[in-house]
Design a protein around this ligand. Structure first.
Ligand code: ZN
Ligand code: ZN
Ligand code: ZN
Length: 562
């Protein structure tokens, strides 16, 4: 396995790996990648480790969820039940086959570690065993890696385990700049794992290993590489459940405004295009939540991945280029009288980060009750179906931003363009105009749109949903959250699609709202589907969620007499 094989593998997916002075290397599109297509899939180097809190919820082998539809084979019941390993009583499996795969593959080597809940320890052990078994040829390729998520229209090379291990060996671990305390900790773990493997019956029979596990130094390297490149896997609802090493997926660089996203089908990682990507453009995923404020986000990236983010959202250079081009456009527009002086410190996405930075806007020790919530969100007017369909230059910012006018302005600015599938440059133009309006128009309170406000609103929304009965208020809060999400996240981010689905259910439950509520519910489902078809697609477990939204939509349409 060599870099040429990797280049071929990527090429078969329309991708190229180019050396990059600042970023080490970048994955670049070589042919147009349509939004919603699978860019590439990535398999785990070893079985991802389910979080201790989630172990009883998922089969350790196939990751299917307890209580969910058990699949279409006659042998499985419609509702999936799980049984745990009778020895360690810690790992759960959906059937005998899954248990056997786990037992032969890895479980018998970790079953005895039952009192240890240490992700690093377990992960390192699994990585060492995977690499060794690959080296000594005892790993047989199984065909269970086919998720059906591959884009069938192109001939694509399948990722072999040798490829997975090769790519892992090329990943950056940043040992030289790692914190000495952390390295010392890794060394302790590495020594323990090595001793434990030496004492076990696990055989190191490959030529490279010459009868013993890799050296402690090598194991520390594995841990460093794991930490700089690991992923938290999630289900179709974006609930995280496990931690894993997906080397091919780790080749993609980070952007705080990504054009691709990482999804999962069972244990296979699926990288999907969120927007149309042109040949020559870099394909980026996001390593952090895009809703995190600039300072914190950049600190996180620096601490965990050792880089200063220079993405289009973070970079001062991009900000400057954008500003200059705007100035140029401004000076060309001579006949137009210049408006009030812009006092904005930034442009484009940098305005967004200024808007969301800061704490919540309420007074300290604020008492949140139904009365307060109604006062804050009660005036939000849910958009009517017709207004959401019309798009044009007619969207003018209000003279003063309240939660209600903000919600309505953002939704009317962006939702029609998403539903129509407007080109990205047009959408971004609209987005930037919206940011400027939000930053220059007076607000009711100093910082009404920070992520802290959004977090609070989300917890109010969930409380309303749990208690039921307060559907009208829940729907209003949910609509405000939608506006915040649209302001912050890429338009086809699954978080937005999933939120629209929840909001649609809340509107549907609102009996007081009558037919108007049902229509709004329908609007939200349309938006949800437009987004989820890009992020989730039509096949596999993620596709099942899209089908769920479609089924619900049919019910709503029946009610509306469609
Ligand atoms: Zn299973
Ligand atoms: Zn066990
Ligand atoms: Zn960034």
């Amino acid at each position: 396995m060599t870099s040429i094989d990797l280049a071929r593998h990527l090429e078969s997916h329309g991708l190229g790996l180019v050396q990059d002075e600042n970023k080490f290397r970048s994955v670049v599109a070589q042919r147009p990648l349509k939004r919603g297509t699978v860019v590439i899939t990535s398999r785990p180097l070893c079985n991802p480790i389910i979080f201790p809190t989630h172990r009883s919820l998922h089969c350790e082998t196939c990751f299917r969820t307890r209580g969910k539809d058990g699949g279409d084979t006659a042998a499985t019941s419609p509702v999936l039940s799980l049984e745990r390993c009778s020895v360690c009583k810690k790992r759960y499996y959906c059937n005998r086959d899954c248990f056997t795969i786990a037992w032969k593959g890895w479980h018998r080597w970790i079953c005895s570690d039952k009192d240890r809940d240490d992700l690093d320890y377990e992960m390192l052990k699994m990585i060492v065993m995977s690499i060794e078994r690959l080296r000594n040829g005892s790993f047989t390729e199984s065909s269970d890696n086919d998720t059906g998520a591959e884009d069938k229209s192109h001939h694509v090379n399948k990722e072999t385990l040798a490829m997975t291990a090769y790519v892992f060996s090329t990943l950056m671990g940043h040992e030289s700049v790692a914190d000495p305390g952390t390295l010392a900790q890794y060394k302790t773990i590495a020594t323990e794992v090595r001793n434990q493997l030496l004492a076990s019956k696990f055989s190191f029979k490959s030529q490279t290993s010459s009868g013993a596990p890799p050296s402690v130094d090598e194991l520390v390297q594995y841990l460093c590489r794991f930490h700089c490149n690991n992923f938290s896997t999630h289900d179709s609802q974006l609930f995280t459940m496990a931690e894993g090493t997906f080397p091919v997926g780790a080749l993609f660089n980070h952007s705080c405004r990504p054009n691709a996203i990482v999804m999962y089908e069972g244990q296979v990682q699926v990288v999907k295009a969120l927007e149309d990507i042109e040949p020559g453009q870099e394909v980026c995923t996001s390593y952090v939540d895009n809703g995190v404020q600039r300072t914190e986000r950049r600190a996180l990236l620096k601490e965990k991945y050792y880089f200063d983010c220079q993405c289009p959202r973070c970079s001062d250079e991009e900000d400057k280029v954008f500003k200059d081009s705007m100035m140029l456009a401004e000076t060309k527009r001579t006949e137009e009288p210049s408006g009030e002086e812009t006092t904005l410190a930034h442009t484009g996405f940098r305005i967004l980060d200024d808007l969301i930075e800061g704490d919540q806007d309420g007074p300290p020790g604020l008492k949140v009750d139904g009365e307060w919530l109604t006062k804050q969100f009660g005036t939000i007017v849910l958009p009517g179906a017709r207004t959401l369909q019309s798009v044009g230059p007619s969207i003018r910012p209000p003279s003063n931003f309240t939660r209600a006018s903000f919600t309505s302005y953002v939704l009317h600015s962006l939702v029609p363009m998403i539903l129509m599938g407007s080109p990205l440059d047009q959408y971004q133009q609209q987005l930037f105009e919206m940011y400027e309006a939000l930053a220059t128009t007076p607000h009711e309170t100093p910082k009404p749109f920070t992520t802290a406000v959004m977090t609070n609103a989300t917890s109010f929304f969930n409380t309303c949903l749990e208690h039921g009965g307060s559907w009208p208020l829940a729907s209003k809060i949910g609509t405000f959250i939608l506006a915040m999400y649209l302001m912050i996240y890429p338009r086809h981010h699954p978080l937005i699609g999933l939120h629209c689905f929840t909001l649609a259910k809340s509107l549907w439950n609102d009996m007081e709202g009558g037919l108007a509520s049902v229509r709004q519910s329908h609007d939200m489902l349309r938006l949800s589907l437009t987004i989820l078809k890009v992020s989730h697609g039509q096949s596999g477990e993620n596709g099942a969620l899209v089908t769920e939204v479609e089924t619900f939509m049919k019910t709503v349409e029946t009610e509306l007499g469609f």
